[in-house]
Design a protein around this ligand. Structure first.
Ligand code: YXS
Length: 297
């Protein structure tokens, strides 16, 4: 789970699936609808939030992490999982961790922790041989009513609807300054050797490797070094998965970057993933990075 963001989110994805399997009476890895079709707990929205102390790029070999996961009831077709990661000191004993609430993530996050918000929706294929036009679904035996409800104010649905409409998770505000005179475009041909999961869908964690490629392209366009990219500190990244894609798809990434006004220095990069239909992107993402310029100053 260290190194590329995609490895980290892949591990977090397993935690989400394992937690739902443990607490919701359903083996997520073998879920079926009542007519026996496979149904998948697809990632619809993933949000990583850090103060900059513990972030995906800071994880290294041998780190011991305390991971606390909490589920919230969003009905029969979806679920919200929160994960809180904290580095354990070398000799620190593993004690009963404090509970994790949505208020902590949204209103009073701990500086030393890395938070992940995972909004998953059950989907099924509408056509056996296609990744497109996935349908909302719900598996037999999925128990969710015993889970705590989620306050509407913390609903990820509203965040996703807004991001889809705005093509960004971060409204443009006073003092935000575009870093390029126009958006950049980058084509990405899906790679059969590493971008699909075991059932042939474009794997959710793949979207993060494509997102990192878009951020790298943006950095290079600004003349920044690869070393600066590798040293980047990602404070917040959000992505909404609006549709999947066929394995032979060539995606077009539309990339915009801006410097945010208020100190500390931060930049935001918006990436829209298009699959031939500009009016219906398959994903929208926003990455907020510390600093800017060559060394994240
Ligand atoms: O009817 P209204 O006006 O509210 O509009 C609807 C939709 O028409 C509209 N809408 C869109 N608008 C613009 N661009 C789009 N791409 C788009 N898609 C839908 O939004 C309104 C609300 O629709 P909604 O959200 O209910 O969507 P839906 O019912 O059409 O489809 C729901 C899903 C979940 C089936 C769809 O969002 C979807 O397929 N998402 C992609 C899921 C995905 O591929 N996840 C990542 C990889 S698969 C996965 O996670 C694996 C299991 S794994 O873990 O192995 O990676």
């Amino acid at each position: 789970m260290c190194g590329p963001t995609t490895l980290f989110v892949g591990q977090v994805g397993d935690w989400t699936w394992e937690t739902v399997s443990l607490l919701c009476g359903t083996n997520v890895f073998k879920a079926r609808t009542d007519d026996g079709a496979p149904t998948y707990l697809a990632f619809y929205y993933l949000h990583l939030q850090s103060s900059g102390t513990l972030h995906p790029g800071s994880l290294g070999f041998g780190d011991r992490l305390e991971v606390v996961s909490q589920l919230f009831d969003l009905g029969s077709e979806s679920i919200l999982a929160l994960h809180r990661l904290r580095l354990l000191a070398e000799a620190e004993e593993e004690n009963e961790p404090r509970p994790l609430t949505a208020a902590e993530l949204h209103q009073h996050p701990a500086d030393a922790c890395l938070y992940v918000e995972s909004f998953n929706r059950w989907v099924a294929r509408s056509r056996a041989e296609s990744n497109e036009d996935l349908l909302r679904a719900s598996p037999v035996g999925f128990r969710h009513r015993h889970l705590p409800p989620l306050a509407e104010v913390f609903s990820p649905r509203l965040v996703c609807q807004d991001a889809r409409r705005r093509e960004s998770f971060l409204p443009w505000g006073p003092g935000h300054e575009a870093l390029t005179s126009q958006e950049l475009r980058l084509d990405y041909a899906l790679d059969l050797t590493r971008d699909l999961n075991a059932v042939g869908l474009v794997y959710f964690a793949t979207f993060f490797s494509i997102l990192d490629r878009a951020v790298l392209h943006f950095h290079r366009h600004l003349g920044r070094s690869d070393a600066a990219f590798l040293a980047r500190v990602v404070l917040d990244q959000k992505i909404c998965f609006l549709a999947n894609a066929e394995p032979d798809a060539v995606l077009t990434l539309r990339i915009r970057g801006r410097r945010l006004a208020a100190p500390p220095a931060r930049e935001a990069v918006d990436v829209v993933f298009e699959n031939g239909r500009p009016e219906r992107p398959i994903a929208v993402a926003t990455v907020v990075l510390r600093g800017g310029g060559e060394h994240g100053s």
